[in-house]
Design a protein around this ligand. Structure first.
Ligand SMILES: Cc1cc2nc3c(=O)[nH]c(=O)nc-3n(C[C@H](O)[C@H](O)[C@H](O)COP(=O)(O)O)c2cc1C
Length: 267
């Protein structure tokens, strides 16, 4: 029995399964159940807290069965009225992924203005100062380990080109949403995506979420059976991380403090 299933049996409460009373887990110091509980908390926090956008991968393939397992877990994500609006997940690898990558890279080099995404990921106009500041900070942390200055447009373009081969990930996903659905459903898909991130990490894999390839939705449509009523929302590279390169070239992005995020009332 795994750490998780011992403490939190999977599925709906079953009267025949004896579920440890959470209060006894916490108060019964030193018990095996308490240890399992602590392990579960530690593991789940670590999966979330040590997550990072991985931009360096080993060529090692990701077995299809593991991908199915991740989707099998992520499909349990919550969604408004249980609509489950993760319309389709197109999963590409091998020659298919390489051909799509080549085509997107060529388009990005030769005719980027001929393409556009079907939605605005960022506002077209100015954004509130705290967001502009964090965005600027992101750039500093992103480019510093690569020795690329803010003004080095060629260097930055070289890095952003890597989006189109999914940063070398051996497998990539393309996520679509039905075009009749609205912001609430996009929220739902966010839950699904983070579930995939965590499910991937639990199996030693890492991911990179990518809005950039959505711009080349026409190329994706040409190569994949994406129907007219599907909006290409996001891509995600997935694979086993190249930890040497991650250590050398990536910087962990800073996160906001708890006290900056939450305001308590009535406590
Ligand atoms: C929806 C979404 C879209 C993103 N699109 C891109 C992208 O197109 N290219 C990229 O390099 N990173 C992309 N990222 C990764 C962000 O840059 C990254 O999550 C952020 O800088 C925080 O870093 P961390 O994920 O390592 O904590 C995206 C992340 C999300 C959640």
């Amino acid at each position: 029995m795994s750490v998780f299933t011992a403490v939190y049996p999977v599925g709906h409460p079953d009267p025949n399964i004896e579920v440890p009373d959470p209060a006894s887990i916490v108060t019964n110091l030193g018990s095996a159940a308490e240890k399992r509980h602590r392990d579960a908390v530690e593991i789940s926090d670590s999966l979330m807290k040590n997550r990072f956008s991985c931009r360096y991968y080993l060529p090692e393939p990701v077995p299809q069965k593991i991908i199915e397992e991740i989707i099998d877990a992520a499909r349990c994500s919550p969604s408004g009225n249980n609509m489950q609006p993760w319309e389709k997940v197109y999963c590409i690898s091998g020659a298919m992924k390489d051909a799509i990558s080549r085509e997107m890279m060529q388009a990005h080099q030769e005719a980027p203005d001929a393409y556009s995404a079907q939605y605005l990921y960022y506002p077209a106009g100015p954004i509130p100062p705290e967001y502009a500041r964090r965005r600027f900070e992101f750039g500093k942390h992103h480019y510093a380990p690569l020795h690329i200055d803010h003004g080095d447009l060629k260097g930055r373009a070289r890095v952003s080109m890597r989006n189109y081969d999914f940063y070398g990930a051996p497998v990539a996903f393309i996520f679509t949403i039905n075009n009749a659905l609205t912001q609430g459903s996009w929220l739902d898909v966010g839950y699904f995506l983070q579930s995939m991130n965590i499910g991937a990490r639990a199996r030693g894999l890492e991911t990179i979420s990518q809005e950039a390839p959505a711009k080349y939705q026409l190329i994706l449509r040409k190569n994949l059976p994406i129907s007219d009523n599907e909006v290409v929302a996001l891509a995600m590279g997935i694979g086993y991380p190249d930890l040497d390169k991650v250590g050398q070239f990536s910087a962990k992005q800073p996160k906001r403090e708890v006290s900056d995020i939450i305001e308590f009332f009535g406590f």
